[in-house]
Design a protein around this ligand. Structure first.
Ligand SMILES: Cc1cc2nc3c(=O)[nH]c(=O)nc-3n(C[C@H](O)[C@H](O)[C@H](O)COP(=O)(O)OP(=O)(O)OC[C@H]3O[C@@H](n4cnc5c(N)ncnc54)[C@H](O)[C@@H]3O)c2cc1C
Length: 328
């Protein structure tokens, strides 16, 4: 039986793996069969992860995190978890291959998925003008004309935030009134850089190498017109990936996994959660990584309380000629 199985290989999962491996807990990371590395695999330049002053490509950052976890002995499996048994002291994790792994504890770090429009150009132009995260990508759109799709609080927040960079922000909404709270609406209406396009949906995202426009369709009469823009922010919601645990762990009203205060402890003993799957608000790589740290430390304390903590790991010295060192 394992000390800990980590489900998910985004910044939360790999950071938890680095800490757990260095504590000699020999973690198994179930990384997923097709989406290993998490959401940053879908982006190009990451400019806000500390330690990379020139920026780093999302997939390169995730490869480094994985290498760091493996250096200390984390085992990474490219498979999907299809079911979980979380009750009792032995947790059972069933994979797509049919293999069942057992562990004394679980770190659940499956992230969350931005809702998509479902248009062909959306994936193709992701990172080339299409984004789901103003905090991550707003900076790339200085003095550009861009659009935000959505009518809720997060769409208004993104639109207001983006006016710090963009010269003009269109907000495209299917209806003639917003779902957003009154205060968020008022703030957006008062912003001179924001223009609302009502009763319209995005029918197509235009551009070969990068976004250069949108085809809009009227929700009233079906007529179409093109709008010239250089960036599209999709802000129509976010779904925490809780499908494996929605009937096993307590969830919050926002659909994230409930954790006890600032810890990663879920409603089931021995099960810990980290990253975007517990975070309705910040959803950044660095906050997910910090959350992974919390989960690994919580697991260490949990196992130590059961007399199951590991000995410190010994890593190969990164500096040639120096002896290998015990790391704590
Ligand atoms: C296009 C894009 C650009 C972004 N740019 C930035 C940026 O520049 N800076 C920044 O800080 N943040 C950025 N973000 C946000 C950032 O990617 C997330 O906040 C972060 O990845 C969350 O980390 P996580 O580990 O919680 O989840 P994720 O990265 O989503 O990882 C979750 C992992 O769980 C795995 N998983 C899910 N279900 C299963 C299962 N059943 N079995 C096995 N594995 C499973 C997934 O495959 C994935 O590997 C961006 C997001 C997107 C979508």
């Amino acid at each position: 039986m394992r000390h800990v199985i980590i489900i998910g290989s985004g910044p939360a999962g790999y950071t938890a793996a680095i800490y757990a491996a260095r504590a000699n807990l020999e973690p198994l990371v179930v990384a997923s069969s097709v989406e290993a590395g998490g959401e940053l695999m879908n982006t190009t330049e990451v400019e806000n992860f500390p330690g990379f002053p020139e920026g780093i490509q999302g997939p390169d950052l995730m490869a480094k995190m994985q290498a760091q976890a493996e250096r200390f002995g984390a085992e990474v499996l490219y498979d999907d978890v299809v079911s979980l048994e979380l009750d009792g002291p032995v947790k059972k994790v069933t994979l797509g291959s049919g293999k069942v792994h057992e562990a004394a504890s679980i770190i659940y770090a499956t992230g969350s998925a931005y809702r998509k429009l479902g248009l062909e150009g959306e994936e193709r132009l992701s990172g080339r003008g299409v984004s789901w995260c103003a905090t991550c990508d707003g900076f790339f759109f200085r003095e550009r004309t861009i659009a935000v799709v959505g009518g809720g609080d997060s769409a208004m927040e993104e639109a207001n935030f983006l006016t710090k960079f963009a010269s003009k922000v269109y907000v495209i909404h299917r209806k003639d009134s917003l779902r957003a709270s009154k205060i968020m609406q008022e703030r957006a209406f008062a912003n001179p850089k924001i223009e609302f396009i009502w009763n319209s949906e995005v029918a197509d995202i235009l551009g070969d190498e990068a976004v250069n426009g949108l085809r809009l369709r009227s929700t009233v009469d079906g007529s179409e017109r093109d709008l010239e823009i250089e960036g599209l922010f999709v802000a129509i919601g976010n779904d925490p990936r809780t499908h494996l645990v929605h009937d096993k762990l307590e969830l919050t009203s926002q659909g994230t996994i409930w954790v006890d205060g600032r810890s990663s402890r879920t409603s089931v003993e021995g099960v810990f959660a980290a990253g975007d799957v517990i975070d309705p608000t910040y959803r950044q790589a660095i906050t997910a990584a910090g959350s992974g740290t919390v989960a690994a430390l919580d697991v260490e304390h949990f196992l130590a309380g059961r007399g199951e903590a590991g000995e410190p790991a010994v890593a190969d010295s990164p500096i040639e000629g120096l002896p290998d060192a015990a790391v704590v």
